[in-house]
Design a protein around this ligand. Structure first.
Ligand code: GDP
Ligand code: MG
Length: 764
């Protein structure tokens, strides 16, 4: 099968093109040895199928980042039949820099001028024919997003692939060219493939090349001694880079004809995207706007009182008949009079779906239970273990999908890129960098790829810091916990949506605070530069958003069907076996239910292995919730403790365990401070085995253990503070108040010190 590689700058549209070409055949993995995304798929529209690889986004073929090394090695070693160099045509000059390097390799190249829809809309024109002649490769104008001209591109690539191509360079300095061809001949004599490319890189004294051909380095260095350029001295790398830019400006960029400047015609020069950005990335309003957008996302997903209509206007919607059906909300009765209470508000789409879905899964379990023989251990295993646990995890699927739908829409429209930009601008004042934001934003999905993505951070300390702060960004697996507690909240009289909102936004705020403190104790004031292209805003595409959601859904289901299902069974065993009357055995007994007057089978979990374990450990967690309404103080305390522990295996296990131990929306009896303390502990603590594995892959020895310690200490400490501060209004707990004031003072102090130091470092 023929093999084509897609190469281009980040955000040039590679992935979009790749998806359009390969459809559903894509396979995503990692390059061996490095955690850079690897996408492979097949294009089938032309006679024979063609294998396509999406190379990581790069600005050049230098050896400085894993992305560059991976892309370069792939082209040199795997020898694709053709390289499709995708170019963001709205940024022609910068993108062609990579092209000039690709052309030095002996491989057929086809240039795809992507985003031609935008070029057209701006009224600009690119003379593709002339550009093609000057580059010496086919040039095809396409729009990956609108799927324009893609077949023409593939035909051109197939045609190009059937002819051999010799590399060519645009370097024109006579002396340099002489040196390059000397080195090239030496390489050819050694039988090295792609001699021109390697020769140029050797002259640049590229570290990968010098390691491979130490003998030729001498030639270059000898030449260097006798060479002097006015601007660059004998820094050949800079000299060649400069040549490339000049050549591009003179020969290639001239094929672009800009539309007459609108200001000349007396019109507004801003594109629609720029106009939106004037508001969305406004110096002052950007962050409040982001917070408001986040709030509405959580409101639409978790609110049981849409737009607070009930809270504000006191809606007295009768809770009967079709209304009941329409809202999906279970009826509630006044405990004293037994009368049906009016509806507590109109549920949001998330809660609505959740109600119906919960009803559905609950009914399936009941049906299953009625069908299996009563009083048997395997019935208990299936019903009290597997199904109860899985139901708890799966019943939140609709809500979590809604949440991810909103996030996917923001991502695809281009807004998320702005969020990184906005947060970077805010953080930078304190000397905290920006580049770390991409992994952090990934952390909202899953910590594992997020931790792996920290590899792109060059500064070791920054990388360690970023990994440690990762738990502040609530990952998808924690969402069921928030959804459960939101439901609990709605019953306890505080709004569930506001609760979830504070967890997410509070997490980001804590990340800032923690980062400040880490910065306080580190000597380096270095901030790695943040390079990010802001893509144009566009309407979210159903296909992209859908594909994203499908990925999440599949991942969730697979996880539920494997690791979580296995855990529910282990937990069942631990909660079903134990001691009663001094005898060890299965704790399943038949007894009379006083309320219904019927005999039924119950598990006496209070004597179980799990209960003993939990009660033992409870003392350790006691300070996090020992007053009334706290999560460790009452008879159920051990159940919460055990749930946080099983969360180490996978965070979905927290709700699965709670359900298996009989804690659900109706039976969680925590105060607001108790809920928050429990939530904060689960948010910040050691994420899960997979994340621990990822961290140990990125950090060695002491640093790794420090990360574990940090995660644990952070969650314990913060849950403690949250609990005691939250309980203050009930107990005049002066100690707590003093601690809080001291902490607040420390945060402000740290902010001032760090931002001063940063300013001083900048001034130098
Ligand atoms: P990659 O980083 O090279 O993989 O780039 P992506 O495929 O993620 O695309 C970056 C952004 O450009 C996304 O928001 C795409 O929707 C957008 N994009 C890609 N191709 C086109 C195109 O042909 N026209 C327009 N208007 N936008 C595009
Ligand atoms: Mg991509």
């Amino acid at each position: 099968m023929r093999k084509f590689a897609l190469a281009g700058n980040p955000n040039s549209g590679k992935t979009t093109l790749f998806n359009s070409l390969t459809g559903a055949t894509a396979h995503v993995g990692n390059w061996p040895g490095v955690t850079v995304d690897k996408r492979e798929g097949t294009y089938r529209k032309l006679g024979e199928p063609i294998y396509i690889v999406d190379l990581p986004g790069i600005y050049s073929l230098s050896p400085y980042t894993p992305e560059e090394v991976v892309s370069r090695n792939y082209i040199l070693e795997e020898k694709p039949d053709c390289v499709i160099n995708i170019i963001d045509a709205t940024n022609l000059e910068r993108n062609l820099y990579l092209t000039t390097q690709l052309l030095e390799i002996d491989v057929p190249v086809v240039v795809a001028l992507n985003m031609s829809d935008v070029v057209r809309k701006n009224g600009d024109k690119i003379d593709a024919e002339t550009l093609s002649k000057r580059l010496g490769t086919p040039v095809v104008e396409i729009s990956a997003l609108r799927q324009e001209n893609l077949d023409a591109l593939m035909e051109a690539a197939v045609k190009a692939a059937s002819n051999e191509r010799k590399g060519s360079t645009i370097v024109s300095d006579k002396d340099l060219l002489h040196l390059i061809s000397d080195v090239q001949i030496a390489l050819e004599l050694k039988g090295i493939e792609n001699p021109l490319f390697h020769a140029v890189k050797l002259v640049e004294l590229d570290e990968l090349e010098t390691a491979m051909h130490p003998d030729l380095v001498e030639t270059v260095n000898k030449f260097k001694a006798s060479f002097k350029n006015e601007t660059f001295g004998s820094d050949f790398e800079a000299l060649i880079a400069d040549e490339r830019y000049e050549y591009i400006a003179k020969n290639y960029a001239t094929t672009l004809t800009k539309a007459p400047k609108a200001e000349d015609k007396g019109e507004d020069t801003l594109t629609k995207s720029d106009k939106i950005d004037k508001v969305m990335t406004h110096r002052i309003w950007a962050i409040p706007l982001f917070v408001v957008i986040m709030f509405f996302i959580f409101h639409f997903t978790f609110s049981e009182d849409l737009f607070f209509l009930n809270r504000i206007f006191g809606l007295e919607i009768s809770h009967e008949g079709w209304i009941n059906f329409f809202t999906g909300m279970a009826p509630e009765f006044d405990e004293a009079t037994g009368e049906l209470l009016p509806l507590g508000g109109i549920p949001s789409i998330g809660v609505w779906l959740q109600s119906w879905f919960g009803w559905l899964t609950g009914s399936v379990i009941d049906w299953f239970g009625s069908w299996m023989p009563a009083g048997q251990w395997y019935t208990s295993l299936v019903c009290d273990g597997l199904l109860t646990g899985l139901d708890a995890v799966l019943s939140f699927v609709p809500q979590i999908m809604i949440l991810f739908l909103f996030i996917a829409i923001l991502e695809d429209s281009g807004y998320m890129a702005r969020v990184a930009f906005i947060l970077d601008r805010a953080f930078r004042k304190f000397g905290l960098s920006g580049k770390a934001f991409i992994p952090m934003l990934t952390g909202f999905g899953c910590s594992v790829p997020a931790i792996m993505a920290t590899r792109t951070l060059e500064d070791e300390r920054e990388k360690n810091r970023t990994i440690r702060l990762m738990t502040c960004f609530s990952c998808g697996a924690k969402a069921p916990i928030w959804a459960l507690l939101a439901g609990v909240g709605a019953m306890a009289g505080f709004a569930g949506d506001i609760f979830v909102f504070t967890i997410y936004v509070g997490g980001i705020a804590c990340a800032i605070i923690f980062a400040l403190f880490m910065k306080l104790f580190s000597k380096d004031q270095y901030v790695s530069p943040f390079i990010m292209e802001l893509p144009q805003y566009h309407m979210p595409q159903a296909r992209n958003v859908g594909a994203h959601l499908w990925e999440k859904f599949k991942h969730y289901l697979i996880k539920a069907g494997t690791i979580i299902a296995a855990c529910t069974i282990v937990i069942w065993a631990l909660k079903s076996f134990g001691w009663e009357d001094g005898k060890f055995g299965l704790l399943l007994f038949e007894e009379l239910n006083a309320e219904t007057g019927e005999m039924e089978w119950v598990l006496h979990i209070d004597g179980s292995i799990l209960a003993y374990l939990g009660r033992g450990l409870r003392y350790f967690f006691y300070p996090l919730g020992c007053l009334e309404g706290g999560w460790t103080n009452n008879v159920d305390g051990w159940k919460y403790v055990v749930s946080t522990l099983t969360g180490l295996i996978a965070k979905e296990d927290v709700v699965a365990t709670m359900a298996e131990l009989g804690l659900d929306e109706g039976t969680v009896g925590l105060s607001l401070a108790g809920v928050y303390s429990f939530a904060v502990y689960n948010l910040f603590t050691i994420p899960c085995f997979a994340a621990i594995g990822a961290a140990s892959g990125e950090q060695k020895g002491k640093e790794f253990w420090l990360t574990m310690l940090w995660w644990f200490a952070m969650s314990y400490g913060f849950a403690l503070v949250v609990y005691w501060v939250g309980s203050l209004y009930a107990v005049a707990w002066w100690g707590g108040l003093l601690v809080t004031l001291a902490l607040a003072g420390a945060v402000v102090g740290a902010g001032i010190v760090v931002s001063r130091r940063h300013k001083a470092a900048l001034a130098q």
